[in-house]
Ligand binder design. Structure first.
Ligand code: LLP
Length: 426
């Protein structure tokens, strides 16, 4: 459930008409709902109840400081994949002791900073990464808390670009090698083993792959115990899907219940702290992208609705052929309905937000692209020298600009002209 609903024909975010945000802030503009973010986060913590747990929100899904700050205030931990994300979490008041650091290519300087601020855990993805981390920790006189990201080789059944738990993916340590890498870890001076983790993919709509992955990790944990290696936590990553178009993914409650049930069947399961790294399921349906129709361009085979947001603002439809609902903000005016491809201003045929949408619209109307709170702004670019959109957070009957629209000057800030020629030939 989210807090974007029609009232008397006008789309609201919580108590705020979205037409008001568009008038005052302009378009394109991302709008997030505070109550929805909070609700989605709470769904996880409540689902896990009294079982020891930590919800580490995946910062990559939406890294706006206001979003991070809201979640930090609610006690969230964070899953980061770069120094930039770490510094964002710190700037937003996040607790470094609740940060887990994922990613296949951690640099020594990133490791050093994470050790300095005292993160909870490094999710290590390969043997050489483990060796680098141990060396960095030793140099700094620290011990790095480590979980190995195991690739359990389960098919998450999602889009190939966002499936990460198969053998063919670059992620994690193959499950059959994990034992020997744990043994290596146990012997390295700068490393302390604290956990085990996996992340099998994103936008999962079934529980079975998660349970398969859990089973494989439990088998591994049992074999590790035989060798005297134990862990404090088990981190199942993110991946729970959201309804973009009528999907009915499991709710956090069902997800947690079946995992806890499975965990209880393992004799050491009770004491294992559970970590999740949800991104999409917290942020996606807590946000919309507001855009205005510039022109309607009827054609022989297709009608185009040309809007002021493009693939540089929201790339999911172009990149993954992702379907996101596109709905009018104000349905009170009489309009003729037609089928449109909703396309942006970017000079690429692949620049579309939606195809073959039945819409009753006229030039100047506002549209909202739904489910845009995750992997929306964070994947935006300046392609075609387009300033990135503003971001707004509604909160009850008020709203806050949580990121200004980029200015034109900021597009070339940091660039330089060539020096003046010093010779006659230039
Ligand atoms: N943990 C790790 C290690 C991850 O790689 C990811 C996402 C997450 C957690 C969060 O997963 P979520 O709960 O959001 O499914 N840009 C794509 C999604 C890429 C996801 C990458 N990893 C999209 O727009 O669909």
């Amino acid at each position: 459930m989210d807090h974007f609903e029609y009232r008397d024909g006008v789309l609201y975010g919580e108590e705020v008409p979205l037409s008001q945000v568009a008038e005052e802030i302009g378009t394109p503009c991302y709008v997030y709902s505070r109550a929805t973010l909070a609700r989605h986060f709470r769904a996880y913590t409540e689902a896990l109840g009294s079982h020891p747990h930590l919800i580490c929100y995946a910062v990559k899904a939406n890294s706006n400081l206001a979003v991070l700050n809201l979640l930090a205030r609610m006690g969230a931990g964070f899953d980061i994949v770069s120094l930039g994300e770490l510094e964002r979490v710190l700037a937003a008041g996040g607790d470094p002791a609740k940060v887990v650091f994922s990613g296949v290519a951690k640099q020594a300087s990133e490791m050093a900073r994470a050790l300095e601020v005292g993160i909870k855990c490094f999710n290590v993805e390969s043997r050489p990464e483990l060796e680098r981390l141990s060396a960095v920790a030793e140099r700094l006189g620290k011990i790095a808390p480590v979980s190995l990201r195991v690739n359990p080789d389960v098919d998450a059944g999602t889009h190939p670009y966002i499936s990460t738990g198969l053998k063919d993916n670059k992620f994690g340590i193959p499950v059959e090698e994990a034992l020997s890498v744990y043994e290596l870890a146990a012997g390295l001076p700068g490393i302390e083993i604290v956990g085990i983790d996996c992340h099998i993919g994103s936008q999962l709509t079934e529980l079975a792959p998660f349970l398969d992955a859990l089973d494989r990790l439990l088998v591994l944990l049992e074999r590790l115990r035989e060798r005297g290696i134990t862990v404090e936590h088990l981190d199942l990553g993110g991946g729970l899907g959201v309804p973009y178009r009528g999907e009915r993914p499991p709710q956090p409650f069902d997800y947690a219940a079946s995992l806890l049930e499975r965990l209880a069947q393992w004799k050491h399961g009770e004491s294992l702290t559970l970590l999740f790294e949800p991104g999409r399921s917290i942020a996606a349906n807590a946000g919309v992208l507001l855009t205005r129709v510039e022109f309607l361009k009827p054609g022989e085979t297709k009608n185009f609705a040309i809007v002021d947001a493009g693939m540089n603002d929201l790339i999911r439809p172009s990149l993954y052929q992702a379907w996101q609902a596109i709905i009018p903000v104000d349905t009170r005016r009489p309009r003729e309905s037609a089928t449109y491809d909703v396309v942006g201003p970017v000079c690429e045929t692949g620049d579309f937000l939606g195809k073959e949408r039945e819409l009753a619209i006229a030039p100047g109307d506002l549209l909202a692209v739904r489910s845009a709170g995750a992997y929306g702004f964070v994947m935006a670019s300046n392609y075609n020298s387009r300033p990135r959109p503003a971001e707004v957070m509604v909160d009850g009957d008020t709203y806050h600009v949580v990121r200004q629209r980029e200015t034109l000057e900021s597009l070339w800030a940091g660039e330089a002209l060539l020096p003046e020629p010093t010779t006659a030939s230039g």
